[in-house]
Design a protein around this ligand. Structure first.
Ligand code: GCW
Length: 736
């Protein structure tokens, strides 16, 4: 069914633009009709947009929608109306009839003051909601009680429609609504680390969903499903290709393919962006240099931008990884990051495009502490970046570790828009088989206090521009999406995609509430499911930290593929790619001294934070070994010596996974068997691997600690050499 529908939109390449638009609209409507057919198998493909019939009593609390008043004159209006028909049809049993006016009680009226004249009187209430915000209100129209979803622009109404459907899906009351919502961040973007050969770097959900070879002739129906899922959580941009970029994506042949995707995404409010390889002028442009100050190079990029915008008028801009891990960049020519970013910004500015310039940099000359390098390289350039440049900063200073203190750049560049970069794909968190809900980890970082402007200067306020007033604002999430039927490699990894979108819309939102919504939409509204599953999700992040890298340890994974424990990793091309560089274990103790007596990375934080992190007595214990080198018999806050505390935490992590399994087993019969069985099997893998992490780490660190395990803690079943000898030549997602 889906394939047949999809084939109708497969023929648009080569048509004239007017035809193309009409073709897209028809395709969108055809696909939308196909969605009305319920999924047969519980394979997770429907994500959180399942629209299963509401069971009593939740259904009773939902005011019946007697009619839908909504225009469909533009592509965005059409998809919004279709989504409501589909959603209401699924949830309420039958889709309401379409009407032109509110002729009886119970109508749902959706649009802008222009698209639906009955909404015009709400115009004053729309002030301050911007392009993407919306109101959802219970009110009277023409003497009849009705519900209005109203926005300044079509896209706001689409977001409002999804919000209204979410209220129904989660069983929230909808009879006395007065909701106002607008995104706190402007650019809410996914970063795909997808290569043109469909390998996904750090991807654990199959191949890339972009079928480059068959684009633009074949438009997978999945592209629309993808856009729809993203729009449902407010994501409004996507970078299609890996930051370790191939310049070919900027050639006309690929730009045709990119344009075809952009056309599918447009009705859903999603713009496409590309990762730009800095050396592209040499590699595909035939120039002798990519020096950003060279006039020919600048001309080349301007012409390239013009060429892109001729095909994709709403192209978002470029994401750039420069002078990092061997990627080319302005420093190859003795120029700064600002020189490089501003050159691209100049090419994009006439088209209102932006440059997202990554701060994940470390040079070939090893610094004294890799954690310090981004700050050292970027802070001196604060104020030098063009207006359409955002500097994109990972949440922590090393690299998406299970837990990192917030990146010291947040709050330290008051004149530069800083974007947050989160990693949704779980490169360092057990790939797709470990159940780890990332909401609490992201919330912890967003709520961290930088003290940049005194107390309360949270990271969320830095990125939403409320602290220093920067514009534009944005956030990026490294996608966990692939060709797997369930999109993310596991059912629970869908929650991380979902939570990312919700936090991108509102970085002050609650991870627990987001999890509860997701569970209700994805599995069940039954409190006997929601409560235990949400508790399990909320505890899952601390669990993985405990069984992988407790007490602030970091970067201890297997070399290259990053699968499993590798605390013994040493040697190789550079010290700061090894584990021993980061844990610094020896007979006298363990941990990286980042205080004034060590690398002094603490001094990159605002003084109150630096004082706290630098003080052994006050540092949060979760970051103890991140900032301090501590003797094995150091007394931790539990009263246990450090070695005993480490062992205790490893075991606590494994026990937490065991508990997750018991919780999940207890839900058998309340969750459909297909999804229940896969989650149960993955939890069994997770328990084995948690035990493996614990055993291997204890076996290794014990060679330094030279102490017995505390009472009640079993020794690792195998000698250290066993764990060290394990090899995984075909582990997924490696960097190439
Ligand atoms: O986490 C590391 C990954 C690389 C990645 C790099 C980056 C895309 O191991 O695979 O490269 O970060 O963020 O650039």
């Amino acid at each position: 069914m889906r394939r047949a529908c999809g084939s109708r939109i497969a023929t648009w390449a080569g048509r004239r633009p007017g035809w193309r638009r009409a073709g897209v609209l028809a395709a969108v409507l055809a696909l939308a009709a196909a969605w009305a057919i319920p999924a047969v198998a519980e394979d997770g493909h429907a994500l959180w947009l399942r629209y299963q019939p509401l069971a009593e009593p939740a259904r009773g609390s939902a005011a019946p929608v007697t009619a839908l008043v909504a225009a469909a004159a533009t592509p965005i209006q059409a998809v919004a109306r279709q989504e409501l028909l589909r959603g209401l049809g699924g949830l309420l049993g039958t889709a309401p009839p379409l009407a032109d006016a509110v002729a009886r009680p119970g109508a749902l009226v959706v649009g802008t003051p222009e698209s639906v004249p009955a909404l015009a009187r709400l115009r004053p209430a729309l002030e301050g909601l911007g392009r993407e915000g919306y109101l959802i209100r219970s009110l009277e129209i023409d003497g009849h009680p009705a519900t209005a979803i109203v926005a300044n622009q079509d896209i706001g109404a689409l977001y409002g429609a999804f919000h209204y459907l979410r209220l129904l899906q989660t069983g929230a009351p909808v009879d006395a609504l007065d909701l106002r919502s607008a995104p706190k961040l402007q650019l809410r973007v996914l970063n795909h680390w997808d290569n043109l050969d469909r390998h996904v770097e750090r991807g654990y959900a199959g191949q890339s969903i972009w079928d480059w070879h068959r684009l633009p002739g074949w438009i997978e129906p999945r592209y629309t499903d993808y856009a729809r899922a993203n729009a449902s959580i407010g994501i409004n941009g996507t970078v299609l290709n890996n930051v370790n970029a191939n310049a070919l994506v900027l050639t006309p042949m690929y730009l045709e393919k990119v344009a075809a995707l952009a056309e599918v995404f447009r009705p859903w409010g999603i713009r496409v962006y590309l990762s730009a390889r800095f050396s592209a002028p040499v590699e595909i442009g035939g120039l002798a240099t990519a020096d950003p100050l060279d006039p020919a190079v600048r001309r080349w990029w301007r012409a390239k931008a013009d060429q892109i915008y001729a095909r994709i008028p709403d192209f978002g801009g470029f994401l750039v990884k420069a002078n990092s891990e061997g990627q080319p960049g302005p420093q190859d020519y003795g120029r700064s990051h600002a020189d490089g970013a501003n050159m691209l910004a100049e090419a994009l500015a006439p088209h209102e495009g932006v440059v997202m310039w990554r701060a994940f940099v470390y040079s070939d000359e090893e610094p004294d502490d890799r954690a310090k390098q981004a700050y050292t390289e970027f802070v001196p350039h604060d104020g030098e970046f063009a207006d359409n440049v955002l500097v994109q900063v990972k949440n922590g200073a090393i690299d998406f570790q299970p837990r990192e203190p917030f990146h010291p750049l947040f709050g330290a560049m008051p004149q530069t828009p800083l974007m947050m970069e989160f990693q949704i794909t779980k490169e360092y968190l057990g790939f797709a088989t470990h159940l780890v809900y990332l909401g609490p980890m992201w919330e912890e970082v967003l709520r961290a206090d930088t003290h940049a402007e005194g107390e309360g200067s949270t990271v969320a306020k830095v990125i939403d521009g409320s602290l220093h007033g920067q514009r534009p604002t944005g956030i990026a999430g490294v996608a966990n999406i692939g060709s797997d039927r369930n999109w993310s490699g596991s059912h629970f990894d869908q929650a991380n995609w979902y939570a990312y979108g919700r936090l991108a819309w509102d970085p002050h939102a609650s991870a627990r509430e987001i999890a509860a919504d997701w569970v209700r939409m994805t599995f069940s509204r039954d409190p006997a499911v929601v409560e235990p599953v949400v508790d399990m999700m909320m505890a899952s992040h601390q669990a993985v930290v405990d069984y992988m890298t407790p007490l602030g340890l970091h970067h201890l994974m297997g070399r290259g593929h990053h699968y499993g424990p590798g605390p013994w990793v040493e040697g190789g091309p550079r010290a700061d790619w090894t584990s021993v560089y980061f844990h610094r274990a020896s007979r006298d103790g363990i941990g990286f001294d980042r205080t004034a007596t060590g690398s002094d990375a603490v001094s990159q934080y605002a003084p109150p934070v630096a004082r706290q992190f630098g003080d052994l007595e006050r540092v949060p214990e979760d970051f103890l070994l991140w900032f301090h080198h501590v003797p094995w018999d150091y007394r931790t806050r539990s009263g246990r010596p450090l070695w005993d505390e480490l062992v205790h935490r490893y075991d606590r992590g494994v026990a937490a996974v065991r508990e997750m399994r018991a919780t999940w087993d207890g839900l058998e019969g309340r969750i459909d068997p297909e999804r229940h069985a896969q989650v149960a099997a993955f939890l069994a893998i997770q328990e084995q691997e948690a035990q493996w992490w614990r055993d291997a780490s204890i076996a290794y660190f014990q060679t330094f600690a030279q102490r017995p395990l505390p009472d009640g803690h079993a020794p690792p079943p195998q000698p250290l050499e066993h764990y060290q000898a394990l090899e995984f030549p075909h582990a997924p997602g490696d960097g190439r």
